[in-house]
Design a protein around this ligand. Structure first.
Ligand code: GCB
Length: 621
């Protein structure tokens, strides 16, 4: 979500008490509706700003970022002035001689002293630029965790809250020919009213964690589109119609927009309405639908005025029929795994093509056709890789466990993150599920918050299914009954449980009985921890044998759930979590991975692999 800097600058506290209040208020920035967000950035010609950035650490209370009265300070490091060694001594920072961090990348795994650092880091780099008349330029940040404040040539161009979605800052009027500079303050401080909130079971990697680039577009340009297979009330395999919209920002009414998909024999030209949107529908005479068996992607060309771009898009139909999930009209069972955006082997936040390819490779090896990207949107390369590999995706916003559900401003943040996630990924065939939350405690304000969010997701994208991972309630003996009212708002129920690890014995699973809503259910988390190489009996905690045994018993239980349509064990790979501190067993990692963080497969990998190869985990109908 991009937040107006005017709003932040407008705060005028009078005394220290008010200053404290405003300082807190700044941490709960009021949200604006989504501002420009360029889609398909990875297919545009950009000037990459990846590479070495100078950095300075601004330890709490972040005296360079905030003034003594709690306002955001536009006149400190943001000015990027150099120290006055000879004359009056008033600048005690200098980016040009400061050390560097690689962008993209978290700061935690690059600088040992910053490993546990969760405050503010200032980034700076110079770049050359030649403005072209009749164009607009945006600074695009793929993701920065958690809040960002961006200045270009000393002028604040935007502020953003949210660690896992992209944002664009318009910089057209602040750039000049020749050398320019950008300063970004990234604040990874956890916030009670943030999303996620303060308590999380993953590593709070800070920094410019995804690509940063400059993108120049014509003055009137394509900022958004949605190009999908027609979603009629009933799926008709003969109806090969592609439909959607293209939005052209600042387009005069009746601007011509062309959508061309040569390989599908589909081409049409339509005209924008007054709001810049051009809706279209075109018959695609020859169209192979996207599926895990045949992940066909088509080159799609979109053009309007002086702007044009291409994308690789798959076309498929996903819907629910009673308790079944239908992909292109056929019942499908989702065999998957959870995954955090953690880089295999290298460690740290995942962002590279190699990271995405390695993770996709693990999933293919597992015979998976599905992945739950927990608990926040991952790097776009991951969805692109899933599109190509034929892996269906559950994508989630970080409404994790305890969130300030009673606060309208927090709802605004969640809604903005949802919109940013959907906008970035709505043209990816692999994405079939939007998840609004994970394991939130049931109460009226939470249920209203998440129901509203689910409805918002459905309004924005009626072609996909809406889900959430539900936890509890506590079992009554061997009876597990899900009567969470949030389920009414969902198309597919995600159900988490840890029988055999946090509760009961692994064998108890064989006798457990589930009562679940009459909707398709994905068992979205289950599993146990094991340290790779730690061998022992099946009843020995932390052994690979026990982890495998827990999963075997899980499959016995899962097969008996009539409406089970998918499984995603927790989790594909061990991941860093600062709260997991048992020496020698955890050492800062959640060890429920089927694979260790350095890429070694535990016995449980083979257990799941076999279940998937034999389609033992469950059936599509
Ligand atoms: C859960 C959470 C997940 C944790 C996992 C665990 O229920 O959804 O984020 O990491 O359990 O390992 O405890």
């Amino acid at each position: 979500m991009v937040v107006s800097s005017r709003r932040a600058r407008g705060l005028r506290p009078k005394n220290l008490a008010t200053a404290m209040f405003f300082s807190l208020a700044l941490r709960v920035v009021a949200q604006e509706p989504l501002q420009t967000l360029l889609v398909d950035l990875d297919h545009r010609n950009v000037i990459s700003l990846d590479g070495d950035w100078h950095y300075l650490v601004d330890q709490s209370p972040a005296r360079a970022l905030y003034t003594s009265t709690g306002q955001l300070n536009d006149r400190s490091y943001a000015l990027n002035e150099h120290p006055n060694i000879v004359g009056r001594h008033n600048q005690e920072y200098d980016f040009s001689t400061a050390p560097t961090l690689k962008v993209p990348g978290d700061w935690n795994t690059q600088v040992p002293q910053l490993f546990n650092y969760e405050g503010v880091v200032w980034y700076q780099r110079d770049f050359d630029f030649e403005p072209r008349s009749g164009t607009r330029t945006f600074l695009h940040v793929g993701a920065a965790n958690y809040r960002s404040h961006v200045w270009v040539n000393q002028k604040r161009v935007c502020d953003h809250e949210g660690g896992y979605t992209p944002f664009d800052c318009e910089v057209t009027t602040v750039l000049h020919p020749g050398s320019n500079f950008v300063v970004i303050a990234v604040d990874a401080t956890r916030l009670v009213d943030g999303i996620p909130s303060v308590g999380i079971d993953w590593f709070n990697y800070g920094g410019l964690t995804r690509d940063v680039s400059l993108v120049t577009v014509p003055r009137v340009f394509i900022d958004d589109y949605d190009i999908h297979l027609v979603h009629s009330p009933a799926f008709d395999p003969q109806k090969k119609e592609i439909t959607g919209y293209v939005h052209v920002l600042d387009a005069p009414a009746a601007t011509a927009v062309t959508i061309d998909i040569p390989e599908a024999g589909a081409e049409t030209t339509v005209r924008t309405a007054a709001d810049g949107t051009a809706t279209f529908s075109v018959n695609a005479t020859s169209l192979t639908l996207w599926s895990p068996e045949s992940p066909k992607l088509y080159k799609v060309h979109v053009a309007a005025g002086d702007d044009s771009l291409s994308d690789d898009i798959g076309f498929r139909d996903i819907r629910v029929d009673g308790t079944r999930i239908l992909l292109n009209g056929k019942a499908v069972f989702l065999q998957g795994a959870n995954m955090h955006a953690e880089a295999p082997v290298r460690g740290g936040r995942a962002w590279s093509q190699q990271d995405a390819d390695t993770i996709t490779g693990y999933l293919k090896d597992l015979h998976a056709n599905f992945v739950r990207l927990a608990h926040y949107p991952h790097d776009e390369r991951m969805e692109r890789a899933a599109d190509k590999a034929g892996i269906m995706v559950w994508s989630e916003i970080p409404n994790w466990q305890n969130i300030s559900f009673d606060k309208p401003e927090v709802y605004a943040k969640a809604a903005a993150m949802l919109r940013e996630m959907i906008r970035r990924d709505r043209n990816k065939a692999s994405v079939i599920l939007w998840s609004v939350s994970n394991e939130t405690p049931s109460n009226p304000s939470r249920t209203k918050f998440l129901t509203d969010l689910a409805n918002e997701a459905r309004r924005l994208d009626p072609t996909r299914l809406i889900t959430s991972a539900i936890i509890g309630p506590r079992p009554n003996g061997l009876e597990f009954v899900n009567n969470d009212p949030l389920c009414d708002a969902l198309d597919v129920i995600g159900q988490n449980e840890y029988i055999g690890w946090y509760e009961m014995t692994p064998e108890d699973a064989d006798k457990v009985h589930w009562t679940l809503p009459q909707k398709p259910v994905v068992m979205s988390e289950f599993g146990a921890e094991a340290k790779y190489g730690n061998h022992g009996a099946t009843n020995q905690r932390w052994s690979e044998e026990q982890q495998a045994s827990v999963l075997e018993h899980q499959f016995v239980m899962l097969r008996k759930i009539p409406q089970l349509r998918g499984v995603t064990p927790w989790i594909l790979m061990d991941f860093r979590s600062p709260t997991r501190n048992i020496p020698r067993l955890q050492d800062g990692y959640n060890r429920k991975g089927l694979i260790s963080e350095d890429g070694k497969k535990k016995l449980a990998f083979a257990t799941v692999q076999k279940a998937y190869a034999e389609h033992f985990a469950g059936k599509g109908e």
